[in-house]
Design a binder for this molecule. Structure first.
Ligand code: R5P
Length: 287
């Protein structure tokens, strides 16, 4: 297994679970932004797993993982790319004319450098992986997140998706957690990226503890708007469960200020909120 810089700890736990030798990579970033990548150990002809999430700096982490796969492929017949957080996954279709489907480009790049299989965690939508012409698998972290929440004492809990696109995710979470779920309706302006909640008022959440479930938090805009709406409907506490917490531009504070009591995420992206380890779930998918 080769650990990319962005996923060193996750690769370490994964290698233990799979009893795989772990080789680290060293990276030096030149003043012009280029990455000089060195493999810190011996590569083998055995199947090789490369682990690297593509979170910011996205393009830097992308070129690094492509380089690691390319190098591994010079030795091994099979190279499995484990991309816990797949950047660019939201650009999986042409929403407005002329937009590039970045996932199509990534599909070509991963195949081009020699990846034989790709494993991702809670990809934004399944459409993304359709652009990969190699074996691909999406692993769900939802049961791990739900398990975490089962240990918290909540009052009459309800699972909420901030948008209709996340309804199935919320359904899945609610099934593992053991509660009901609802999905709000969110509208996003495709040009400005601004979001608003279009759901009309309802009583369902009154006095209840809520768990907002999403695949990812970037600017926090979606969670903030959903929380403000839910608070107006007189809910009790709002918790957030998400797989990938990017938390850009002070998003954590914005979310806390909107009334969220706790953000819980997985270690696909390391950070303060990433308290749920998904190495076991990824390991099962590789075996
Ligand atoms: C969108 O449909 C996704 O599921 C997330 O809700 C969204 O990408 C989060 O982005 P932000 O935190 O910037 O609102």
């Amino acid at each position: 297994m080769i650990a990319g810089k962005s996923s060193e700890n996750l690769a370490k736990s994964l290698s233990k679970k799979l009893k795989a030798n772990l080789v680290k990579s060293k990276v030096r970033i030149f003043p012009d932004g280029e990455s000089k990548i060195t493999i810190d150990g011996k590569l083998s002809k055995n199947a090789t797993i490369v682990v690297q999430s593509i979170y910011p700096p996205v393009d830097t982490n992308l070129i690094q993982v492509l380089s690691l796969i390319s190098k591994a492929r010079e030795f091994a017949k099979e190279v499995i790319a484990v991309i816990p957080y797949m950047g660019y996954a939201r650009q999986d279709r042409e929403f407005l004319p002329g937009e590039i489907i970045s996932m199509k480009v990534l599909g070509r790049l991963f195949k081009g450098v020699g990846a034989s299989r790709i494993i991702v965690v809670d990809i934004h939508s399944r459409i993304g992986l359709k652009h990969f012409k190699i074996k691909s698998k999406n692993v769900s972290a939802i049961s791990d997140l739900a398990e975490y929440f089962r240990k918290i004492n909540l009052k009459n809990p309800l699972v909420v998706s901030p948008d209709q696109g996340g309804k199935e995710r919320a359904r899945e979470f609610a099934k593992h957690f053991g509660s009901e779920f609802i999905a709000l309706t969110k509208c996003r302006d495709r040009k400005t990226g601004k979001v608003k909640i279009a759901t009309s008022k309802f009583d369902e959440v009154k006095g209840r503890d809520l768990i907002l479930v999403d695949d990812m938090i970037s600017t926090g805009g979606s969670i903030v708007k959903a929380t403000e709406f839910l608070k107006k409907q007189k809910c009790r506490r709002v918790f957030v469960a998400c797989t990938h917490a990017l938390l850009m531009d002070n998003a954590e504070n914005k979310i806390k200020n909107s009334g969220v009591v706790k953000i819980v995420s997985t270690n696909t992206i390391p950070g303060k909120t990433s308290v749920v380890d998904i190495s076991n779930t990824i390991a099962q998918a590789i075996k």
